[in-house]
Design a protein around this ligand. Structure first.
Ligand SMILES: [Zn+2]
Length: 332
């Protein structure tokens, strides 16, 4: 990657650039000339950092978002570094990268939520002009999804979550959209892809509207490492090859299992969470195996958790505190 001749143009300081609506933003991005890259440090009213790369050659348009959940740091750093390192002179097509789609959640270190209204941005898509802050922000991202030929939402384990790397493929979409997303997922260096039956979520919303999409999960525990950020970047570069935005071949790196049934075990009460010994992301579980217990402050077990089917732990909560209705373990 050529990083020696940056083509970035810095615009106004955060909060000083006025973007009245999605159409204006798209117009601005469409106005870039071939081989040009522009970085916006944070445009109003959302202070959204954003980099647009217009490839020297025509090709597909890709939207990458990270930080929809503001504490998923591996994804945020990978997106930031890709925005800096990708050279538009090498690209066939265009890329928009929004490395922190939820800036207030990032700065406030809020697991999953947007600070302005306390909503989970990933649950309000496609958004609404008349809605609260999160819904307006979602509407802006929807406008960019509709611009794109492919959309990737980069996630990971939150502050309180430990994660096995995997990818979600939208299962509620046209067969053509799901098939193309599945082919793209196969080029990632993860051994599990989950076929999602959900309709909420930024990537599901994009797929339902006709833009093939993926949600990648990598990293967690409110931490990041060089190895995990590099692994994330390697996945996105493999995807760029698959989409032919970057020349070169995609080599499938490992066999992938498609998982259509994932059990999302939630806490029934608020209390203290004690995972059973050996319950870890990436480890197999068998039907009937004890996954853990939720206890109250008298140390009384208030929820006893066992596996309903054979599978593998995809992610789990590692915090001691759990609230009613929040995830404890996801496996499948
Ligand atoms: Zn997330």
């Amino acid at each position: 990657m050529n990083t020696s001749t940056p083509r970035e143009t810095s615009f106004a300081q955060p909060g000083c650039t006025v973007w009245p609506d999605v159409a204006t933003l798209r117009e601005e991005l469409d106005g870039l000339t071939p081989g040009q890259k522009k970085s916006f440090p944070g445009f109003s009213p959302f202070s959204l950092p954003l980099t647009a790369l217009h490839g020297a050659q025509p090709g597909r348009k890709l939207l990458l978002t990270a930080g929809v959940h503001g504490c998923e740091y591996c994804s945020i750093l990978a997106a930031m570094e890709l925005a800096r390192e990708l050279d538009p002179a090498m690209l066939h097509g265009s890329i928009i990268i929004a490395p922190v789609a939820n800036p207030s959640g990032f700065y406030d270190r809020l697991p999953a939520l947007v600070a302005e209204d306390g909503k989970n941005l990933n649950r309000v898509f496609p958004g609404s002009e008349d809605g609260s802050y999160s819904e307006k922000l979602a509407l802006l991202v929807t406008g960019l999804q509709d611009w794109a030929d492919f959309y990737v939402d980069m996630h990971g384990g939150d502050l309180h979550e430990s994660m096995h790397p995997f990818v979600y493929v939208p299962g509620v979409a046209s067969a053509e959209v799901t098939d193309f997303a599945r082919q793209a997922a196969c080029c990632l260096d993860v051994d599990v892809r989950v076929l999602s039956s959900a309709t909420t979520g930024a990537y599901n919303s994009a797929a339902i509207r006709g833009t093939p999409s993926l949600l990648i999960e990598r990293g967690g525990n409110g931490r990041w490492s060089r190895a995990e950020v590099d692994a994330y970047k390697k996945d996105i570069l493999a995807l760029l090859h698959f989409l032919q935005i970057l020349p070169g071949d995609t080599a499938r790196t490992q066999m992938q299992r498609e998982c259509a049934t994932v059990i999302y075990l939630d806490s029934e009460v608020r209390g203290l969470w004690f995972p059973a010994e050996g319950i870890e992301p990436g480890r197999a579980v068998t039907q009937g195996q004890v996954l853990g217990e939720v206890r109250d402050f008298t140390n009384t077990v208030v929820q006893h958790c066992t596996a309903r089917l054979n599978g593998m732990v995809l992610y789990m909560t590692v915090s001691l505190a759990v609230k009613e209705g929040t995830p404890l373990v996801a496996y499948g």
